[in-house]
Design a protein around this ligand. Structure first.
Ligand code: B12
Length: 215
């Protein structure tokens, strides 16, 4: 296997095994070999998380291993972040973002945040397990153009639906555009809960936000 290809496989393995030091040094080596941050994220790191999910489903690994892999993933993302965000131009709009109530998965949300910042959006990241009340307070405080919610488990998809209802009751639903995403979501689900858009990945989030802000 040529050296670069070998390193790509090694990076994938390092994320799967949660070896943070190896993740860090392999990313740096790949960057110096000319790999782009997007390539590293899309072709190596994200597919590694899919392998972790499959191993968990099969019962080959358990929660601690899944957690360690996610930590290694977030370490890698932190290295790539300055490169992705540096590309950003002037502010195109303000985004409030968070994982739905009850959901502690944050890797996908962090990628969405980074890619949006890189595309010129100001992002206010509310973190994980964000209650509807916290989203509502952020809408009132920051007056964002968009509220984006991420859910990775079927259970927290319901929490998203509850959040939509809470936004309506609080009278803030029509003040913002709402986007939703996360591995188990579909366009049908987004339509059902009355979101303004669904995005299958971080780039789709940018495309949709650009369309809706006329950029
Ligand atoms: C890592 C991981 C964990 C880690 C999370 C740590 C962390 N810091 O995030 C830990 C160990 C904590 C964990 C816990 C659990 N997990 Co988990 N986890 C995963 C795993 C392996 C990877 C998730 C991930 O990071 N993917 C990589 C990112 C890049 O992908 P992504 O999040 O989908 O994001 C992309 C897109 O979806 C999109 N996107 C995401 N959000 C948004 C938002 C918007 C607005 C837009 C436009 C786009 C968008 O853009 C992203 C980038 O392109 C998945 C398996 C998988 N393949 O998804 C299981 C998985 C999601 N987990 C699962 C389960 C069951 C659990 C637990 C319930 C296990 C348990 N028994 O306790 C708990 C739940 C905890 C909770 N309350 O949230 C199941 C969910 C099944 C289901 N459908 O309900 C999965 C699918 C594993 C499996 N195959 O069974 N998990």
């Amino acid at each position: 296997m040529p050296e670069k290809e070998e390193m790509q496989q090694q990076l994938k393995d390092a994320v799967i095994k949660g070896n943070r030091n190896a993740v860090e040094s392999l990313i740096r080596a790949l960057l110096s070999e000319g790999a782009t941050p997007e390539e590293i994220m899309d072709r190596m790191m994200i597919p590694a998380m899919d392998v972790v999910g499959e191993q968990f489903s099969r019962g080959d690994i358990f929660l601690p291993e899944m957690m360690i892999a996610a930590r290694a993933m977030n370490t890698g993302l932190a290295i790539l972040k300055p490169m992705l965000v540096a590309k950003g131009a002037a502010t195109k709009g303000r985004v409030v973002l968070g994982s739905a109530k009850g959901d502690i998965h944050d890797v996908g949300k962090n990628i969405v945040s980074m890619v949006l910042e890189g595309a010129g959006y100001e992002v206010i990241d509310l973190g994980i397990d964000v209650s509807p009340e916290k989203f509502i307070a952020a809408i009132n405080e920051h007056k964002p153009d968009f509220v984006l919610m991420s859910a990775l488990i079927t259970l927290t998809m319901t929490a998203m639906e509850d959040a939509m209802k809470a936004f309506k009751s609080a009278g803030v639903r029509d003040k913002v555009r709402i986007g939703v995403g996360g591995a188990p979501l579909t366009q049908d689900f987004a339509d059902k809960i009355g979101a303004d858009f669904y995005g299958k990945d971080a780039r789709a989030a940018v495309t949709k936000c650009n369309e809706l802000t006329g950029h």
